[in-house]
Structure formats: C-alpha cells, structure tokens
Design a protein around this ligand. Structure first.
Ligand code: BGC
Length: 370
C-alpha cells in the first residue's frame, strides 16, 4: 500500500471506531477530519480452544490495525501463568493500551502494577479483572442477565410458574477462576432456586449449591467440554438408574457440548425424552445441535459488538478523549468500581436462528448446515 492509501485506509478505520462508540462524547466527523491513530495495543485472549475468543481477537486486531494502530495479539492456552508471562513480555514494548480477557481474573495484580508504572491503560475484556485498582475500564455483556435468561427459559419451557413438575435438574457452573462464571450462576440460580426449594426441581446428583456463594463447588475448570462430559457421565451413573434427567442448566456452549456427548453415550435420543439444555455463545457446533434438537437454547453475545465497543474505547483512551461507559455501579472488583460499557445478551432458539444469527450475518446458512 502506498503511504497515502495507508493513511486514507487508516482514517476510514478511525472513523469506524468513532462510529462504534458514537454517543455523548464523540461525534464522528468526516474522514478528512479524523486523526489517524498511532500507537501499540496489546491484546491478551484466554485461549484459542474456544471459537469465540478467536473471533474476538481477530476482530479487535483487525479494527485497531485498520484505524492505524500496531497490535500484539496473544492467546494463553487457558493457563494463567502463561498469560502473565505474555503480559510481562508485552510490557517490554512501548504499549499504549492493554486489552485483557483474563484466564484467572484474580491473578493479575502484580503484572498490572507494572503496567500502571509504565502508564499503560488497561481495559478488561468480557471478564472482569479483580483485586486491583490498576484496571481502567471494562467492556462486557451483562453477565448476570445471561444467567437470568437461562433460568427464565427453563421456568417458561417447563411451565414451572403453573406448578408443573417435579423435574430432574442437573446444574453446572463455569470455571471457578472466571468472574463471569459466578455471575452466570447467580443470575440463573436467582430464578431457579425457589423451584428447587419447593420440590418442582429435584437434583438427583445432590449437586445443587446451597447458595449462590457455593457455585464454584460445581464449577468446571477451564470451561472444558471433556470435563463437563465426564462430570455428566458420573452423575448419570451415580444417581439415575432408570430415572431420566429432564433439564440441564449449562452456563455455556462448551459445557453443553460435553453434556450432550455424555447423554448420547448414555443412550438418550433426540426428540424422545431428550433433556432441555441451555447454553451461551452460539458456537457453530452448538447451533447445529440446536437444529438437531440436542440443545434448546443458547445466549448469543454478538462478539462483533463487543470487539467494536472495545476498539472504540481503546481509540478514545489513546487520544485522551472521555471513554464511553454506561455503567459505573455494577462492577466492583474488590478494589474499585470499574467503569464499564455493558451490552445486552440475546436468547436464540432453533426458531430464531434465522432472525438473529443468520440475518445479522454472524453466520451464513451453510456455516450451520442450513
Ligand atoms: C465468557 C463466555 C465463554 C466462557 C468460556 C466466559 O468468560 O463470557 O462467553 O463461554 O468464558 O470461554
């Protein structure tokens, strides 16, 4: 690309970023008026093993590069130590901003103190970073609402408000070191606990946390599909005999996938007493499972919106503009309330795949076998 073409492309990219956060504080101007950005942005994602983080990383990197920034994108293999090393390495460079989706939200206090010393602005991405004053902003979806949507879906589909039941429920939770996992569980359990207490929902495995605070006891480390499969198989073997599971609270799609595999191995058949299973992320294979009646719903968090929002926040922070947030109450990380931009999650079922995932271009029909 010639220097002039590069500048025009970067100016157009910068205008797009301003559009992503267009509201009170930023008025997108004509391309000619936009400052072409420069600076180095570090992006730390937790793992490549889950579809969504690859998409998140690629989109964020692409948006920032189009706007004129240099980027350093790293994935940490779900290993908290590896992520800290990656962050330390990045801090050897002349970084302006670090965008971090942490593996372990409570283990970054030391490395973020280094970032603060170097004047690097830190934005937590999707997952909150806890126990440090050195995180400046947070871009996320409403994680508590994700759990509520899953809980409400179960209440509605099983007609619990009308007194239906008893139904056999198996609840799962996500990685114990992921702050989001706590919020997903709390949202769901705040809806479901009353039906467990009154006996409309029965948990034969006994793995019903006594309260929201005990959620980590049923947490699946690293959000591993294989571990979820093994756990579901154990519960079926230990507690079911000839009884059947009616409903599984799965906080995301990777767990739902493992749970589905365990059910297939145990002889469950789609459409014939197959349990209601929840999920989150709208991963490709889970959307296919919804079409095949193996998963009842997923909570879709359009990662394009989150990456767009985060890229806009980076741009504002680098340029010293006011960073757009819409929540300055909810996300206390143990050291401070982190100013946050929060996006709304959306329920997707088999019937709404077209109107949501396909019509928005998130997937093409052929991506999900349609
Ligand atoms: C994210 C989910 C994801 C999970 C596993 C959570 O922090 O919010 O979208 O499914 O991590 O990677």
């Amino acid at each position: 690309m010639s220097q002039i073409t590069k500048l025009i492309a970067a100016a157009a990219g910068a205008a797009l970023l301003l559009g992503a956060t267009a509201c009170a504080d930023s008025t997108p101007g004509a391309v000619g008026e936009v400052d072409v950005a420069s600076g180095l942005i570090g992006i730390a994602m937790p793992t490549k093993s889950l579809e969504r983080w690859n998409k998140d990383g690629a989109r964020l990197e692409g948006l920032l590069q189009d706007a004129g920034y240099d980027t350093n994108l790293q994935f940490a293999d779900n290993n908290a130590g590896q992520q800290i090393t990656q962050l330390q390495d990045m801090l050897q460079q002349d970084l302006d901003v670090l965008v971090i989706a942490p593996v372990d939200g409570s283990s970054l206090t030391g490395v973020l103190a280094e970032a603060k010393d170097k004047g690097v602005i830190v934005i937590a991405y999707d997952r909150l970073i806890n126990d440090t004053g050195d995180v400046d902003y947070y871009a996320t979806f409403d994680n508590y609402e994700v759990g509520k949507l899953q809980g409400r879906f179960i209440v509605e589909k099983l007609d619990l408000r009308a007194g239906a039941g008893p139904f056999n429920l198996e609840p799962f939770a996500g990685a114990p070191d992921d702050n989001n996992a706590k919020l997903f569980f709390a949202g769901a359990w705040d809806v479901l606990a009353e039906y467990v207490s009154n006996g409309q929902l029965v948990v034969p495995s006994g793995k019903a946390p006594a309260s929201n605070a005990d959620w980590a006891g049923i947490g699946i480390p690293g959000w591993s599909a294989d571990d979820a499969q093994a756990e579901m198989a154990d519960r079926l073997n230990a507690a079911y005999g000839t009884a059947k599971v009616d409903v599984v609270l799965s906080p995301n799609d990777s767990l739902a996938l493992g749970i589905t595999k365990a059910l297939l191995v145990a002889g469950y058949v789609e459409g014939v007493g197959w349990p209601l299973i929840t999920g989150q992320d709208a991963d490709q294979i889970n959307v296919e499972n919804m079409i095949a009646d193996r998963q009842a719903m997923t909570v879709w968090k359009d990662t394009r919106m989150l990456a767009d929002q985060a890229a806009g926040m980076v741009d504002q922070a680098v340029k010293g503009s006011k960073v757009t947030v819409n929540d300055e109450i909810t996300y206390h990380n143990g050291a401070k309330v982190v100013p946050t931009y929060q996006l709304p999650p959306v329920v997707v079922t088999k019937d709404s795949i077209k109107g949501t995932l396909l019509d928005s271009g998130f997937y093409k029909p052929e991506d999900v076998g349609l």
